[in-house]
Design a binder for this molecule. Structure first.
Ligand code: OGA
Ligand code: MN
Length: 204
C-alpha cells in the first residue's frame, strides 16, 4: 500500500498534541475524498436526516440555540463508502495516538454537523461532567474556498498561550485535548459543514 499523506502527518500530530494540546493539519485527506464527504453531508441535510444538536447528555440533553445552533447526524459504519474510509483513517490515527501517547483510546464517535449562516457554538469543553471518556476532539472541515471574512472560525483557548482561530476550510483537520481546551464556533456568513468527532477512552 502506498504511503498516504495522512500517515506522514502522524508524528507531527502526536508532537503537537503532546506539547501544545492542539494540532491543525491543512489538506489532511485527498481532495476527492473530502469532496465526497461534503456531498454526503449536503445530501443528508437535503433529505432531512440532520437534526438540531443538543447540549448536555442523557436526561439533561436539550436543544438550546442560544448555546449551539448546528444540526447533526451521527455516522454509522457501513452506510457510505467515503464515510467508511474516513472512519478507517481515524481508526489508524487512534492507534497511532495510543502507541505514542498511551491514551488508551477505545473508539471514535463522529457526526456530520451543519451550521446555517449566523449559527454558532458558545465557548465550552467537550468533556461531559458525568462522562469523562472523550479525550481527543477531531474536527474535519468540508467547506470549499472558505475566506477569513466569512467568519465561522473554530477559536481555541489554550491555557498558556493566546487564543487562535482555525478556519473551517475543506481538508483542514483540527485536533485538541477534549478535557483541557475551551473552544467556540464563531458565527459565519455562509453554511458551515464538518465532521466532528471524539476519540474516547474507557470509562473510569
Ligand atoms: C463541537 C465543536 C467545533 C467546530 O461540536 O463540540 O466544538 O469547529 N465543534 O465545529
Ligand atoms: Mn466542542
Amino acid at each position: 500500500m502506498k504511503i498516504d499523506s495522512y500517515s506522514q502527518r502522524l508524528p507531527q500530530i502526536i508532537d503537537e498534541l503532546a506539547e501544545q494540546g492542539w494540532s491543525r493539519q491543512l489538506d489532511f485527506l485527498p481532495q476527492a475524498l473530502t469532496r465526497e464527504l461534503a456531498e454526503e453531508c449536503r445530501a443528508r441535510a437535503q433529505r432531512g436526516a440532520l437534526s438540531a444538536a443538543g447540549v448536555g447528555r442523557g436526561e439533561a440533553l436539550a436543544v438550546r440555540e442560544s448555546v449551539r445552533g448546528d444540526s447533526i447526524q451521527w455516522l454509522e459504519a457501513g452506510e457510505h463508502a467515503a464515510c467508511d474510509q474516513y472512519l478507517a483513517i481515524m481508526d489508524r490515527l487512534r492507534q497511532a495516538l495510543n502507541q505514542a501517547l498511551y491514551l488508551g483510546l477505545e473508539d471514535y464517535e463522529s457526526h456530520f454537523a451543519l451550521y446555517p449562516p449566523g449559527a454558532f457554538y458558545q465557548k465550552h469543553l467537550d468533556r461531559f461532567r458525568d462522562d469523562d471518556r472523550r479525550t481527543v476532539s477531531a474536527v474535519f472541515y468540508l467547506n470549499d474556498a472558505w475566506q477569513a471574512e466569512q467568519g465561522g472560525a473554530l477559536r481555541l483557548y489554550p491555557d498558556a498561550a493566546p487564543s487562535l482561530d482555525v478556519l473551517p476550510r475543506a481538508g483542514t483537520l483540527a485536533l485538541f485535548m477534549s478535557a483541557q481546551m475551551p473552544h467556540e464556533v464563531l458565527p459565519a456568513t455562509r453554511e458551515r459543514l464538518s465532521l466532528t468527532g471524539w476519540f474516547r477512552r474507557r470509562a473510569v
